[in-house]
Every structure is written in C-alpha cells, then in structure tokens.
Write a protein that binds this ligand. Structure first.
Ligand SMILES: [Zn+2]
Length: 571
C-alpha cells in the first residue's frame, strides 16, 4: 500500500475538534485528542471489536461523526449502553491493562507509518525526511542522492507520524517523546519484512521553523544489509516544488561578472561559501536569494539551516533555530549541538548562520570536504580578513595550512548597501559655489581617480524621492572565487601579500572601494555614503593598484538593470 492510500484518501477532511483518531479510554496524550463528548460517552474495546456508546448521546452529531469514521475504517461493532453500564465498563477499562482496551486505531496508524518506511526501502531510499510545517507535512525519500516528494500529509498526521515512529516503532527510544527537543533513536530492521533488506534505521528528530506552529522534522537514515539497497519498486516520484519568486541578486546590485561567479559557486558539489560583512551589509538577504535560487536550479538538493534566529523563512528548507538560551555559553553549546544534529540529517546543502566559534567553524570546515555545500557567514569587514579571523578564534586549533584549500573554501563574498542619490534633487558638485566642508577630503581624493564633473551629492529631497534624497538602496559587492595561488599566498605570505597579489591580477575582482568610487564619479552615489559604509576614499597613488582600473567604469552597471530592486537590509 502506498502512502496515498494510507493517508491521502482516507475519507472526508477532519472537522475542527474532531480528530481523525483517538481512543476514548485514554485522552491524556497530546496526539490522541478526542472530542470531550466522545471521551465521556464512548468507549472502544478493540479486543472485543466493540464501540460502546451511551444511548442517551448516541444521536449527538459530534459522536455520530466520530463513530461513523471509526466503524467505516474497521470492523468495530456499535453497542448502545445506558449511563450506568458505561460507568461500569469505564471503571473496568481503567483497571485492565491499557493494551487490552488500546484503540486499534493506534496500531493501524503505526502500521501505516511502517508501511511508509517499507515503501521507502522498496524504492531504495537512503533517507526519509519528514518535515512538519505550518500547514502541512512533506515526506521526502532520498533516492540515488536526490530528494523526491513521496507524500504530503496534514500537519496533524505529520506530528502523529513522528511521535509514532519515535515511541511506537523505535524500541530503543525512551518513552519521553519531546516535540521541542532534538532526540535520536534507532529502529531495528526486523520490525520490517525481510525483503526490505533493512538492518536498522537511525532516527534524528527535533523542532524546526516555525516552532511556534509546531514545526518539526525527522530524518530516518536507512541502513541496508550488505550496504546495498533493493530497487524493487522504482516509483517515479516528483522533485519537491521549487521556491516561488525570481532570482533577485542580478537586480540588487551584483554585476554580470559577479552573477557568473555566483553561478559557478552554486554549481560546486561541495565546499564552503563564505559571506562576510558587518551587520546591516545585506548579506542575509543575499544568502537567502542565493540559497533559494540554488533550490530552484536543484530542487532535489535538501537545504538544512541552523540560525540564531531564523531571519527569512525558506519553505523548501528545514530551518533550525537556536534561541531562548540563557547565556552566551549555553547559546554556543546549543548552536554546536544544532549543527551536529543537522549534519546527522545527511543534508546536501547547509546554511550555518554564523561561524561564531572555532568548534562551529571546525564542523563547517569538515562538512565542506565531506559532500556538503556549506553556506555561512563570518563577522569580518572585508574579503581577505577571514583567514586571520578563523585562525585566531578560540584556542587557535584552526590552522590556515588546513583550511586555506580552494577545494574547501570555494568563495568569499562581501558586500555593503549603498543609497543611490535621487537624480531629480541631487546637487551637482560642479554647480555648487564651493565644496561643502563635509565633502572636502573625499573630493580631493576623488580628483586623483578621474573626472569629477558628474559627481552628485544627495539632495534635500523632492516629490519623486518622498523627500528622502535617495532613489533606492543597492548592494555593492566583491565576489572572490578562491584558487591555489590565492590560498598559497595566505599560507606562505600572509593576508597582506595575498590581498595585494590577488588585486594585482589583471582579471581580479575589483575592490569594493574602487567600485564605489566609480559610482561616485558616475554621479550615482554621494561620496559621504561611501565613507559611511565602506571606507574613506583613498588617493589613487595610496593604493597599490595599477592605473588602468578606473577606465571603463562608465560602461558598468547600467541603471535600468538596477531599477528593479530596492533592497531590504538584513544583518
Ligand atoms: Zn529627490
């Protein structure tokens, strides 16, 4: 039996307050909610196959609906009794062992869930992912390394399935199923038919976004005898749905060459991609755009994230958040624990919100060479400082000789958000009686870079810019793909030389400050905005750059490409 028959086609949708399942003898546990009236006036004795109902209430619609569903799905016989008899039966039920009066529906649900796992085995799945979301539950089978959508369930069915697997099927687990905790369990293979080839299933479960709406995940790692999987069934299962929306990075300020570099980073099968920049640099927005686009291109790659907290929901990803920890140390422990849990879930693509300490960084570096695409952030201001930062974290156990490997760290992206001046009210520098004091040093430096006749300062605001003087906020970025030369410079000669040699290459990514200077010379950005967000504008001779660099600036980043997107600013 497939899941569709098991879950999907089981009759009319549940009415509010009338759960599909439950037994009247025990309503203490959360997942077997039964309407109060049913609890009071109905008793199921599954050993005898009888549903007792208080005849004074047997015409109550709520009770009728419930009984109708129960008897339609099984061979239970209805027997009307009076209130006194009911009281006697209930007292008896309480004293007998709970299994004697255990609702057979529990067992039926359990065998449905087991059937689902058996079906996964017949399809040769390496993993089963169950994600309980706000409004539904999705079940993925990972077959030949690709996530496939096996079934969609209601949220309630999903929560119930998780609980059933954890404490109904896995005998090694303790009975304290805690939906809000990360927990592990093991299911022995002999629970399943021998033809399944299963020797055991390792279970990892825990809460995930949206936790307030009872979001939960479970990963089941299927272990087969001889390590081989049976391919008896080979159902044609679809890929999970792609994220909605369009790829916005091209309209957010990333230029064509940078988009190409990001495309290449998106394509690598494993390795770490590092987004750096201060708070407010917009890197969070960029990461979510990057991950969403990656999922659009490769919907079969499961994305799992650990964040503190979840900043932007990705419906197609399992997002674990680390919050509510009392102090810094317990937050750090919780974070490390979440990353370890995530790695046990056999993800393909992972987002680690931040390399916040060396243990997390070490886990990320390890994941990057064991088949994962790792997207993460580090709190440094520019694209070459990450090596020093990682090495000086904590006790210094991360060594650049080990992590400065272009197969391990694939790319480093840094960015800022710059407000562009409103062209309707901007003040042309050349038309001002004198350079404002606030701009003098910057303008002096600018004259060393090129013609300043187009430079515009932010105006006082007009109708067109809602009195802000600003016509949109855009990213300005550096996207650096690592390679052997860069990495060996880091190891052999240190950060200063590595940066210098990289920037001296004719085809290298231009430093962010020079991109910004180009925008100032084009009259799109006020020079003070550059000072505020990137750095003081240097005199050209103070950089170690070759003089060819400013040429061609005017042709870059046509405004119409930028016009589409105005950035929301994340951390
Ligand atoms: Zn304006």
């Amino acid at each position: 039996m497939g899941l569709k028959e098991m879950f999907g086609a089981s009759g009319p949708r549940r009415e509010p307050g009338v759960p599909e399942s439950g037994h009247a003898a025990d309503t203490s546990s959360r997942d077997v909610r039964v309407p109060e009236k049913v609890t009071e006036h109905v008793l199921v004795d599954s050993t005898k196959g009888v549903v007792y109902v208080d005849r004074n209430h047997s015409h109550d619609p709520e009770i009728r609906t419930w009984i109708h569903r129960r008897t339609r799905e099984s061979d239970l016989v209805i027997e009307e009794v009076d209130a006194t008899e009911m009281a006697v039966l209930k007292a008896k039920a309480r004293t007998e062992s709970s299994s004697a009066v255990l609702d057979d529906e529990e067992n039926r649900f359990k065998s449905r869930v087991k059937d689902m796992l058996y079906r996964a085995a017949r399809n040769g799945a390496s993993d089963v992912h169950i994600q309980v979301r706000q409004n539904d539950t999705v079940v993925h089978f990972v077959v030949d390394g690709e996530s496939r959508l096996a079934e969609s369930l209601t949220q309630h069915e999903g929560s119930r399935a998780l609980k059933t697997i954890y404490q109904g099927i896995a005998p090694t687990s303790d009975s304290s199923y805690l939906p809000r905790e990360n927990q592990n369990a093991q299911i022995p293979g002999d629970v399943f038919p021998a033809e399944s080839g299963l020797t055991s299933i390792r279970v990892v479960k825990g809460p995930c976004y949206p936790q307030e709406q009872n979001g939960e995940f479970m990963t089941l790692r299927m272990q087969y005898s001889g390590g081989s999987r049976r391919h008896g069934e080979n159902e044609k299962l679809p890929y999970p749905p792609k994220p909605e929306g369009e790829y916005r990075l091209p309209s957010m300020g990333f230029d064509a060459k940078q988009i190409e570099a990001l495309d290449e980073l998106m394509a690598v099968p494993e390795g770490l991609i590092l987004f750096v920049g201060p708070t407010g640099s917009g890197k969070t927005t960029s990461i979510y755009e990057f991950l969403s686009e990656m999922t659009r291109r490769k919907p079969y790659k499961r994305v799992i994230t650990v964040e503190d907290p979840v900043e932007i929901p990705i419906p197609t990803a399992v997002q674990m958040s680390v919050t509510n920890a009392q102090d810094k140390e317990s937050t750090a422990r919780a974070y490390q624990g979440a990353v370890r849990t995530m790695l046990r879930m056999a993800p393909k693509v992972i987002l680690i919100g931040e390399l916040r300490d060396e243990d997390v960084a070490a886990l990320a570096m390890e994941a990057a060479v064991t088949g994962h695409t790792v997207v993460t952030t580090l709190h440094v201001d520019e694209a070459f400082q990450w090596v020093d930062r990682l090495e000086t974290m904590g006790t210094g156990k991360l060594k650049r000789q080990a992590f400065c490997d272009p197969k391990r760290v694939r790319g480093v992206i840094t960015q800022r958000i710059l407000s562009h001046v409103c062209q309707h009210c901007a003040k042309k520098l050349s038309e001002l009686p004198e350079v404002p004091r606030s701009h003098r040093l910057a303008v002096e430096a600018l004259t060393t870079w090129g013609d300043i006749s187009n430079v515009r300062l932010r105006g006082d605001g007009c109708e067109s810019c809602h009195k802000s003087g600003v016509a949109g906020r855009y990213a300005i970025a550096e996207v650096i793909k690592t390679d052997r030369d860069l990495m060996s410079d880091f190891v052999e000669h240190g950060t200063v030389i590595a940066r210098q040699n990289y920037q001296a290459r004719p085809d290298s990514e231009r430093p962010m400050i020079e991109r910004a200077i180009a925008m100032v010379l084009n009259g799109r950005v006020d020079p003070v905005t550059v000072e505020d967000n990137i750095d003081v504008i240097p005199k050209r001779e103070k950089t170690n750059r070759k003089p060819h660099l400013v040429a061609g600036i005017d042709a870059e980043q046509p405004d119409d490409r930028l016009a589409a997107g105005i950035l929301g600013v994340g951390a």
